[in-house]
Design a protein. Structure first.
Length: 202
């Protein structure tokens, strides 16, 4: 009887050792696979990052080439002469985009400043819709954030004030309509207005 118990104990100990060995083996295999996956993922991210930076550099160059003498940014090339402030704001935001290896240059910063000068000058003539005004304020806020500017030109202060007054005139119960003539309410336009107000902390 005593020998039988000893035999059972030995089998249990052996079974536990085998089980622990299997667990350790499984954990080791998982760690090896995770390490290999992580290394491969790092390489893939690096390749994609390089590609994105190449695209970013190319697009910024194209935007700069399509900026007019007064600071306006054309939609279809400088020869077309077609300027839409809404899409021009998006293009200017592209010039503010940067990564660790592809920082915003002084030329790009100045180009956005020139565009804001132009846009501010034609603000009331071109921007009668809520989304347009929101994009203008959003770009202004992003530019001030990126450049850490605190001393705004008087014209920019006036532009911000005019945009706010126009937005307020289009707002009912906290929601903006498209324009004075078009009472349609769009979620996208209101998000753009909200983004602009948020960026400038208004």
């Amino acid at each position: 009887m005593h020998k039988h118990k000893q035999s059972q104990c030995k089998r249990k100990v052996k079974h536990r050792k085998n089980l622990m060995g299997l667990i350790i083996f499984c954990i080791t295999v998982c760690i090896v696979f995770m390490f290999a996956y992580y290394q491969n993922l790092r390489k893939e991210i690096s390749v994609r990052q390089e590609w994105l930076e190449t695209v970013l550099t190319r697009e910024k160059k194209w935007i700069l080439e399509n900026q007019g003498p007064e600071g306006e940014i054309y939609m279809n090339g400088s020869k077309a002469g077609d300027v839409n402030p809404y899409f021009a704001c998006m293009a200017a935001l592209g010039l503010l985009a940067e990564t660790k290896n592809c920082p915003m240059t002084e030329t790009e910063q100045k180009a956005v400043g020139r565009y804001l000068d132009w846009h501010t000058g034609v603000l009331l003539e071109t921007d009668s819709e809520d989304g347009y005004l929101g994009m203008y304020l959003f770009l202004m806020g992003k530019y001030l954030e990126k450049t850490e500017s605190t001393d705004l030109p008087e014209s920019w202060k006036n532009g911000i004030s005019l945009a706010l007054k126009k937005i307020q005139s289009l707002m009912q119960d906290g929601i903006t309509q498209v324009s004075e003539e078009n009472t349609t309410v769009y979620l996208m336009d209101n998000l753009e207005v909200w983004k602009g107000l948020y960026e400038l902390e208004l």
